[in-house]
Design a protein around this ligand. Structure first.
Ligand SMILES: *Cc1c(COP(=O)(O)O)cnc(C)c1O
Length: 355
């Protein structure tokens, strides 16, 4: 018999999101537009001065301090990694593991529970209501009874777009504090939303906030993300990350991007207004729509099979995320905000299919 993986790994499905060749790709919440040409130019210049024969700066000192400066925190509060997924994995390597628990509130970003399981952490799931809102009392009760070392809260929540009000964050923080746990607020979409938990981070608060270059920075191809948290926590994460995990070019790319904040903000505000336009037009179609604070919108065709609608969109070369068979999301589809042209192609196709 061949060598077998761990029993729990053998039972896992892994990550599946079809990468198909279509005209309109609105399925993975990427930015529809690339960063500016001047950024690509800066990357080319940086590539020429990389010391390829040398290991990169293991501490990613300049990258961390530039990220820190952007958020007005000290550099030793910043941990960077290959995408925020690797940040989350490191968090669980250090604070999860066998005999420990993580809490998630479903439906939410699948990687939170997936990475918890991969690291041997037991998952305790709380439920959002039918409109994907969190009941703070139920959430606090779950944390109090499960006593997780890590509680994940995704805000804006993927795939619903729900933004948690500061009062909910404050309540959860109280509870994780009293059970010696940690609250991880995944803010992959923070720039698209009205508020953030970042201001609450300090050395006394059991809170980390994760961010990514993949969405607002239009750099999903770069695989770069980071966390802002207490100093004592960042130094534990430094122990579990592989030495030199951030290559020299990636560090330079992450630094170069931060010279183009204005371009990023312009892209974000045009996506936010495009989100309002798309939500509005969806409101005129026979679908249920949930308000979103992110760069995507969740909707459910009424009286129609969601998976069939997904297929019919695909037949028109429009790819959205098919959540129709996911637990708690029966019949739902998630569309990323694209350019106005892409969104019109999506909306016209959907209108044709549904009316
Ligand atoms: C897209 C996304 C991320 C980004 O992960 P990366 O590894 O940084 O690309 C993280 N969290 C959520 C909730 C997301 O939707």
């Amino acid at each position: 018999m061949r060598v077998q993986p761990r029993d729990d790994i053998a039972l896992m499905a892994g990550y599946h999101s079809p990468q198909l060749d279509v005209a309109v790709r609105l399925n993975t919440n990427e930015s529809p537009l690339p960063p500016p040409a001047a950024f690509a130019e800066a990357v080319a210049v940086a590539a020429r001065s990389v010391s390829w024969n040398r290991y990169p700066d293991r501490q990613a000192t300049e990258l961390r301090s530039r990220i820190a400066a952007r958020h007005g925190v000290d550099p030793d509060r910043v941990f960077a990694a290959n995408g925020s997924n690797e940040v989350l994995q490191c968090l669980l390597l250090a604070y999860g593991g066998a005999g420990r628990r993580a809490v998630v509130f479903e439906p939410t970003y699948a990687l939170h529970s997936h990475l918890a399981r991969v690291t041997g952490t037991t998952v305790a799931s709380g439920e959002r209501d039918g409109d994907f809102n969190l009941d703070p009392d139920a959430a606090m009760a779950l944390i109090a009874s499960a006593e997780p070392s890590v509680t994940f809260l995704c805000s804006p929540n993927n795939p619903s777009g729900t933004v948690e009000p500061p009062s909910v964050i404050a309540s959860l923080l109280d509870t994780v504090g009293s059970t010696s746990g940690l609250l991880c607020v995944d803010e992959a979409y923070a720039e698209f939303s009205p508020h953030s938990a970042l201001d609450l981070v300090d050395d006394e608060t059991p809170l980390v906030v994760t961010r990514t270059y993949s969405k607002t920075w239009a750099m999903a191809g770069a695989r770069l993300g980071y966390l802002i948290g207490p100093r004592w926590l960042v130094s534990e994460l430094d122990k579990v990350a592989l030495p030199y995990h951030l290559d020299a070019l990636k560090q330079a790319v992450g630094i170069a991007a931060l010279d183009f904040v204005d371009d990023m903000q312009a892209r974000v505000s045009s996506i936010v207004s495009e989100r309002a336009r798309l939500t509005d037009r969806l409101g005129g179609l026979p679908v249920d729509v949930w308000p979103s604070g992110a760069n995507f919108v969740l909707f459910r065709p009424r009286d129609r099979n969601g998976a069939e609608v997904w297929q019919q969109l695909l037949a028109r070369s429009v790819l959205v995320r098919n959540c129709a068979s996911w637990p708690r999301l029966a019949g739902c589809l998630r569309v990323t905000i694209g350019t106005p042209e892409e969104d019109d192609r999506f909306l016209d196709a959907l209108e044709e299919i549904l009316t």
